[in-house]
Design a protein around this ligand. Structure first.
Ligand code: MBD
Ligand code: FE
Length: 282
């Protein structure tokens, strides 16, 4: 890694928690959730915990281990990571069940708004010597009926060490983050590099849960996108690479068959992908 500092769970957790407070501050007041709804949902979730305790005869030792762990999730700033890895995929499923256009997936904890504008045909911001297989991506934004749309593709992804700028130390602020704005033909052409798989930090509370339960900590390599166009529902998705050993057991349960790319290796060793987005009208 070019980073001379060490990535820690607590530092990336603190950055993700700060990011959430900044971008989603209206939610700090349990925004607009009716009392009846809070009552219903809180009672059912708490009731499900009670049921689990009775069913499995949970002990005081186990209760205190849970309490210590929950306190540590907060101390490490890992609530965004925990929720996005183990909960968000079901929320996404419910929220997008009626869509007819392209499949989406979870946003995760590492989005940053207002990434540099690059136009419709450009390279993602990256270091001079950015490592990784070069990727050429051609596609278009359309409506579900095929009409081209002028819109934006926001793209962000990890580097070839699995690190995200703004959430790991030693990376340029906007490394591998950019906004691509299409013309009336909806077309874009993006040059970037292939990211590495992502490992949940092993030194934080989420890593402790994974180790204690005997799970693995991996997400398959992925590209994150937010695709927007006037009059259409914003699409948040992730795209994956065929053959990744974790496509079938993503720790975040965020892979769908429609989201797996079909890269073609070109003469110069780079990979070319064709992937377009069909957006549902609002
Ligand atoms: C990631 O990179 C990610 O995309 C998600 C959803 C959770 C943790 C790390
Ligand atoms: Fe990610």
């Amino acid at each position: 890694s070019a980073a001379d500092e060490t990535a820690t769970a607590a530092a990336s957790g603190a950055a993700a928690t700060e990011r959430f407070h900044h971008d989603k501050s209206p939610y700090d007041a349990v925004k607009d959730t009716p009392k009846e709804r809070v009552d219903l949902l809180a009672r059912e979730v708490i009731g499900a915990i009670h049921e689990t305790i009775r069913k499995h005869q949970v002990t005081y030792d186990e209760y205190n281990a849970l309490k210590a762990w929950l306190i540590q999730v907060g101390a490490d700033g890992e609530w965004p990571l925990f929720l996005d890895v183990w909960v968000e995929h079901v929320v996404e499923d419910v929220a997008t069940a009626d869509r007819k256009g392209s499949k989406g997936s979870i946003e995760g904890p590492y989005y940053a708004p207002n990434a540099p504008e690059r136009g419709a045909d450009a390279e993602l911001p990256m270091r001079e010597d950015e490592a990784g297989t070069p990727l050429l991506w051609e596609g278009a934004i359309t409506s579900v009926d095929g009409t081209p749309l002028a819109g934006t593709v926001e793209l962000w992804h990890a580097d070839s060490d699995g690190f995200y700028s703004q959430f790991a130390p030693g990376l340029p602020e906007w490394n591998l983050r950019g906004t691509f704005t299409t013309g009336e033909d909806g077309k874009f052409r993006i040059r970037t590099i292939q990211p590495a798989p992502y490992q949940i930090p092993t030194d934080g509370a989420c890593g402790k849960l994974i180790a204690a339960a005997g799970w693995h900590a991996w997400r398959p390599a992925h590209l994150h996108v937010k695709v927007s166009a006037p009059g259409h529902q914003q699409l948040i998705a992730q795209l994956y690479f065929p053959g990744d050993p974790h496509n079938d057991d993503d720790i975040a349960s965020a892979v769908k068959p429609e989201l797996i790319l079909s890269p073609v290796t070109q003469a110069d060793g780079s990979a070319k992908i064709d992937y377009s987005f069909a957006l549902d009208p609002q």
